[in-house]
Design a binder for this molecule. Structure first.
Ligand SMILES: Cc1cc2nc3c(=O)[nH]c(=O)nc-3n(C[C@H](O)[C@H](O)[C@H](O)COP(=O)(O)O)c2cc1C
Length: 270
């Protein structure tokens, strides 16, 4: 399956069938996680936590076999780096039939952090349950999906722009970037807020975060995890469409709203 097919097919899985993960799937997942990189080059420690042995659970998840937790130093760009690396693992899991759900809130965070051995100065931004999707969603899962309108996304023209924030980009005008941007549009985000906005300027694509609520300088920003996911989708899908890209942080100085913040850019090579 191509990356864009995996992205189109992935959804959060909150109801699992209770089957233990096959050893070969665990090995594939952990081997993949060990080499999952991010453009900020920040290392992340991945741990598989068996649900029964640890007693860990989430109130919105049923039938999971294990959880995957990622721990890293709490440093600048940790959120984006974590989003980028974790999403690669989420997509890999989907490609081998293992279900996941990004979880930042609906868990007993202290219990997970204890089980993962999170130390002073470290952060464990999110975990995901792992298992094989159940044939039928639980009632709670169905209600949750409705609550966050999990099957819908903002229109292309609301998210993407050309040259400036004043010029919305339509799917028909996106040309060779259409597929890569569409995979950004379809990305998962916390409470399905979709904070990513991009402006295509010549051979650069600039990514911005549209912040839901004001945050103090340097405060932990969960929406930056979403931004890491968006960067990941764009880079993977662009490469797949035959567009090599390179990552850079160079604010182009475009005019934007006070709720909008520059995150990073991709340079289209060739
Ligand atoms: C950073 C992040 C945190 C999330 N936290 C939770 C969570 O705590 N509990 C939960 O049930 N879903 C959580 N989600 C899943 C989103 O609700 C879900 O991705 C979104 O509604 C879109 O649905 P989909 O993943 O099925 O496409 C989170 C997603 C992201 C990206």
């Amino acid at each position: 399956m191509s990356i864009s097919d995996v992205i189109r097919k992935r959804r959060s899985v909150r109801s699992f069938d209770g089957t233990p993960l096959r050893d070969e799937d665990i090995q594939k997942l952990m081997a993949f996680a060990a080499q999952a990189d991010n453009p900020y080059q920040l290392p992340i420690r991945w741990q598989l936590l068996n649900a029964k042995q640890t007693g860990l659970s989430s109130p919105v998840i049923v039938g999971e076999d294990a959880f995957l937790a990622g721990t890293m130093q709490r440093v600048p760009f940790a959120e984006e780096a974590f989003g980028y690396s974790f999403e690669q693992i989420v997509l890999f899991a989907a490609s081998i039939g293992v279900g996941t759900t990004w979880i930042a809130g609906t868990m007993d965070r202290a219990a997970f952090e204890r089980a993962a051995g999170v130390a002073e100065g470290e952060v464990m931004p999110c975990v995901t349950p792992l298992g094989y999707p159940a044939k039928k969603m639980s009632f709670r899962e169905t209600v949750m999906r409705k609550g966050v309108r999990a099957d819908s996304r903002l229109p292309f023209e609301t998210l993407f722009f050309e040259g400036s924030f004043g010029r919305p980009l339509s799917p028909d005008n996106a040309c060779k970037l259409h597929d890569a941007l569409e995979t950004v549009r379809l990305a998962p985000s916390a409470v399905n807020k979709q904070p990513w906005r991009t402006v295509v300027c010549g051979d650069r694509v600039h990514f911005y975060e549209k912040r839901g609520k004001p945050l103090a300088e340097g405060a932990w920003d969960i929406q930056k995890i979403d931004m890491g996911i968006a960067l990941c989708h764009f880079a993977l899908a662009a490469q797949e469409s035959g567009i090599p890209v390179s990552f850079l942080r160079e604010d182009p100085g475009l005019a934007h709203g006070t709720d909008t913040f520059y995150i990073a850019s991709y340079q289209l090579e060739g």
